[in-house]
Design a protein around this ligand. Structure first.
Ligand code: F6P
Length: 550
């Protein structure tokens, strides 16, 4: 099993603290480049996908040298990261607080290797669901699956929240270039009635297919939205027997699916060893398969599978997700960086940071270790981001000149799906990708500012400290396989961080308390009486709401 030591008790951690004090805190990336002409090649790694496409991960603009990297690798070894990784791939119950395996990697086991949980192989079961998804998605796309009046489906509405929403939303947006005309997807997640109402406004029940996506099928928002959607549908279709043609369920909970009124023949299942935020590869990805076609969905799975194999078999020194995760630990725990910025220079990837927020923060936002004691160090970073170049014109001021260190990942594909104006837009986009990382690293000195003619009090305002770390991720093109690989990269980065911090990255107890209180307050809002319980602030707010909402 994994180490039960606090990360801070490990010799490599102590060594890294000393290294930070001696060379880390004053480390200059600019000087490191000046001293070492091979730094770029030494600190970048190219991932080759199963289809021959490549992704370059340039770690060379980070605040590390070989010695630091070796110590970080040593930390991973002492923290038993490899052992935990192997246990994950072996289907062991590494999600200890829920006593479950963590086996999303089995969902992209397209080579059909033997991957067993509790002595039972998963390959066949996973493949059967994929075959069901293939048939169903083909029928919907080909217009063979028809609605209650015999018309083809034109709109698919995925109703889910968290992992049952963010993955499908992000991936369908990212791979929009692979969609076909006359078949649109929509996503309803928020309990705010506006989300459902605005989505249904322009839809026709005859040609709309609802996918109710919920691992548990008990999530309040999803079930309420699904019931309201069913009501909307029946107002037009009139007959409950038509539900079978218009509602499918993506879930692990057959009993609740049946209770809701969905024919379990239209249920696409998965197992509880798939965590919600790791579920886009499962039946939860059905909207993706319908939107981009099953063959593309399979490429997406295979791209992730290729990263899995890299992560599983590559020594830590060259293991790309391991390096990404260890750099994050370096900044989080030794530089006290609080955040991690991810900026896709790609409009199609505009929901990627939102997706990564759940992946990273729901996984690693924990303060108790696997040894059931409080960590005495920082864990999960605050992940945020927006696509560039928009981000540059909004919050990059703080990244360049603020008081905080914000380690950043920049992502770009060399080839655009829309090379309009003779690729002018793509070249402008790319020039910003290179320029921002360069500017963050080299900064601008007092002398340079003065040489440009600035004088007096203006000079410090125009200076840039530089030395602000970035990882540049350059893909060839955002294809299904590349996207699969990128997501799997971040999944394993998250894994490595959590393993070093010795926390369970796979439960999410922190979301429970608010859910329970919301249920209690929900009942109180049903009554006309003023509430008398709660703290004075909550009581005051509830009663004001009651006054104003009549
Ligand atoms: O409340 C958090 C959470 O459990 C997430 O982990 C999950 O992705 C989301 O809710 C939705 O859960 P479900 O798929 O069971 O509806």
């Amino acid at each position: 099993m994994s180490s039960f030591k606090l990360a801070s008790e490990l010799p490599a951690w102590k060594q890294l603290q000393e290294t930070y004090n001696s060379i880390g805190k004053d480390f200059s990336v600019k000087d490191a480049f000046a001293k070492d002409s091979s730094r770029f090649s030494e600190f970048s790694r190219t991932f080759e996908n199963f289809d021959g496409s490549k992704i370059l991960f340039d770690f060379s603009k980070n605040l590390v040298n070989k010695e630091i990297l070796n110590q970080l690798v040593q930390l991973a070894k002492e923290a038993n990261v490899e052992q935990l990784r192997d246990e994950m791939f072996a289907g062991k119950h590494i999600n200890t607080t829920e006593d479950r395996a963590v086996y999303h990697v089995a969902l992209r086991n397209r080579a059909l290797r033997k991957m067993a949980v509790d002595g039972k192989d998963t390959a066949k079961e996973v493949d059967d669901v994929l075959q069901h998804m293939k048939e169903f998605s083909n029928e919907v796309r080909d217009g063979k699956w028809t609605g209650y009046t015999g018309k083809a489906i034109t709109d698919v509405v995925n109703i889910g929240i968290g992992g049952s929403d963010l993955g499908p939303v992000m991936v369908t947006e990212a791979l929009k270039a692979y969609s076909k005309p006359n078949l649109d997807v929509h996503f309803v997640s928020n309990i705010d009635g506006t989300h459902l109402a605005e989505t249904l406004k322009n839809l026709n029940a005859e040609t709309t297919l609802f996918l109710i996506a919920s691992k548990t099928f008990t999530t309040a928002e999803t079930i309420t939205n699904a019931n309201s959607a069913k009501k909307w549908f029946l107002e037009q279709a009139k007959d409950a027997s038509h539900i079978a043609k218009h509602f499918a369920a993506l879930s692990t909970n057959e009993e609740e699916v049946a209770k809701f009124g969905i024919d379990t023949k239209n249920m696409f299942g998965f197992e509880n060893w798939v965590g919600g935020r790791y579920s886009v590869w499962s039946a939860i990805g059905l909207s993706v398969a319908i939107y981009i076609g099953f063959d593309n969905f399979e490429q997406f799975l295979k791209g992730a599978e290729a990263v899995d194999q890299h992560f599983l078999t590559t020594p830590l020194e060259n293991n790309i997700p391991a390096l990404g995760g260890l750099l994050s630990v370096w900044y989080n725990n030794f530089y006290n960086a609080q955040t991690h910025l991810v900026v896709p220079f790609d409009q199609y990837l505009h929901r990627f940071p939102a997706y990564l927020q759940q992946l990273s923060m729901e996984s690693n936002g924990k303060s108790v270790t696997r040894a059931n004691v409080h960590a005495n160090y920082e864990t999960g970073t605050i992940l945020f981001g927006e696509p560039a170049t928009n981000a540059q014109h909004s919050f990059f001021q703080l990244v360049h000149q603020g008081t905080k260190l914000i380690p950043s990942d920049f992502i770009l594909a060399a080839q655009s799906h829309n090379p309009i104006e003779n690729n002018l837009h793509q070249k402008m986009l790319a020039s910003n990708f290179f320029a921002q990382a360069e500017a963050l690293m080299v900064g601008k000195t007092t002398e340079e500012v003065k040489a440009e003619g600035a004088t007096g009090g203006l000079v410090p305002h125009k200076e840039f400290s530089g030395n602000r770390p970035t990882t540049s991720i350059l893909a060839q093109k955002i294809t299904p396989s590349t996207l699969g690989a990128l997501i799997a990269y971040y999944e394993h980065v998250t894994f490595v961080e959590g393993a070093v911090w010795n926390i369970n990255s796979f439960d999410q107890w922190g979301v429970e308390l608010g859910k329970v209180l919301a249920k209690v307050i929900g009942k109180e809002l049903d009554s006309e009486k003023k509430v008398e319980s709660h703290d004075a602030s909550t009581r005051g707010l509830i009663n004001q709401f009651k006054d104003w909402s009549i």
